[in-house]
Write a protein that binds this ligand. Structure first.
Ligand SMILES: C[S@@+](CC[C@H](N)C(=O)[O-])C[C@H]1O[C@@H](n2cnc3c(N)ncnc32)[C@H](O)[C@@H]1O
Length: 278
C-alpha cells in the first residue's frame, strides 16, 4: 500500500471511513443511553470536588467559598473539557470552578453594587453559582435558550427568571463567541437597549482577528449531542471577528457607547469587553 493510501485510511477517507462512522454512531448511541441514567447533579466523588474547591478557595475560606458546588449532568462547560482531558477530573474541576470564580471577581470589580444583574446565556451556572456571594443584595436573573439550564440556576442558585426589564449589569460569558453574524449584532443591540442609565454590559470575545467574521460550526455542543437541550450548528458555532466588525456592531446600536478591554482573560483566553454609555 502506498504511503498516501495508508494516510487516507488512517484519517478515515479511505477504506476505514464506514467503520469509523459506525463506531462514532455507536459511541453516540451509548452516550445518549448513559445520559438518560444520570442524576441531575453529577455524582462526582466529594473528595475530588473538595480538593478542586480548596485550590480555588484556599482552605475553603473567603468570599465565594460557601457557594454551591454541584455540576449539572448536561453542562458542556464541564463535560467537554472532561472529555478532552481524558477524564482528568481534578484539573477539569479546578479549571471549571476557577473560571467561574475569576469571572465573578472581575464583575465585582467592574460593577461593584448593581441592583439588577442578568447572567445572559448563563448556562448551568459556572459563573452564576458565585453571583449570590458577590451580590447578596441584588436581584439575579438568568436567561438561556436551554430551559434545563434556566431551571437549574433557579432551583439551585436562587436565580430569577429574566423579567426582560432594564438591568444594571448584564454578563454574557462566552455567548458572543458562538452566535451567527446577524444574531451577534441583533443580540448586542437588544442587550444595550436593556441597560439602565448607568448600566454596564460585560461580554467576552475571542482575541480579534483580521478577517471580519468567521463562524465555524464545530463546538462543544456538536461534540456532545447526547446532552439535554443541545443547540444546532445553525444557531451555535465558534466565532472570531475583527475589531472593526465589533466597532461597527456597536456603532449601529444607536446612541453613544464606549468599550474597554480588561487585562484579565475569561477562562484564560477570552477578552472581557466592558460596554457602557459614553
Ligand atoms: C459557552 S456557553 C457559556 C455558558 C456560561 N455563560 C458559562 O460561562 O459557563 C454559551 C451559552 O450561551 C447560550 N446561548 C446560545 N445561544 C444563545 C443566544 N442566542 N442567546 C443567549 N444565550 C445563548 C448557550 O445555551 C450556552 O448556555
Amino acid at each position: 500500500m502506498s504511503f498516501k493510501r495508508w494516510i487516507q485510511n488512517k484519517v478515515g477517507i479511505g477504506e476505514n471511513r464506514e467503520k469509523l462512522a459506525l463506531i462514532e454512531k455507536r459511541i453516540a448511541a451509548l452516550a445518549t443511553i448513559q445520559q438518560w441514567g444520570l442524576p441531575e447533579i453529577l455524582p462526582i466523588p466529594e473528595a475530588l470536588v473538595h480538593r478542586a474547591w480548596a485550590l480555588v478557595f484556599e482552605e475553603n475560606k473567603g468570599l465565594g467559598a460557601s457557594s454551591p458546588r454541584g455540576i449539572h449532568r448536561s453542562d458542556p462547560m464541564f463535560r467537554y473539557p472532561f472529555q478532552v482531558h481524558g477524564g482528568d477530573a481534578k484539573q477539569v474541576l479546578q479549571e471549571y470552578y476557577q473560571t467561574g470564580w475569576d469571572a465573578a471577581t472581575v464583575l465585582k470589580k467592574t460593577c461593584p453594587s448593581p441592583e439588577k444583574v442578568l447572567d445572559f446565556g448563563g448556562g448551568y451556572g459556572r459563573v452564576g453559582r458565585f453571583l449570590a456571594s458577590i451580590y447578596p443584595q441584588a436581584k439575579r436573573m438568568i436567561s438561556d435558550p436551554k430551559s434545563s439550564a434556566v431551571d437549574y440556576q433557579i432551583k439551585h442558585f436562587g436565580a430569577l427568571q429574566d423579567d426582560e426589564q432594564a438591568m444594571d449589569l448584564i454578563f454574557a460569558g462566552s455567548v458572543f463567541t458562538h452566535l451567527p453574524r446577524s444574531a451577534f449584532t441583533s443580540t448586542l443591540h437588544a442587550l444595550l437597549g436593556r441597560l439602565s442609565r448607568h448600566g454596564v454590559l460585560v461580554l467576552t470575545l475571542h482575541e480579534f482577528i483580521s478577517a471580519e467574521y468567521i463562524f465555524h460550526p464545530y463546538t462543544e455542543e456538536s461534540a456532545l449531542r447526547e446532552l439535554e437541550d443541545v443547540l444546532s450548528k445553525e444557531v451555535y458555532g465558534s466565532v472570531y471577528c475583527s475589531e472593526s466588525f465589533w466597532r461597527e456592531a456597536l456603532h449601529t446600536a444607536g446612541g453613544l457607547w464606549k468599550y474597554t478591554i480588561l487585562n484579565e482573560r475569561f477562562g484564560g483566553t477570552q477578552l472581557y469587553v466592558v460596554v457602557s454609555a459614553g
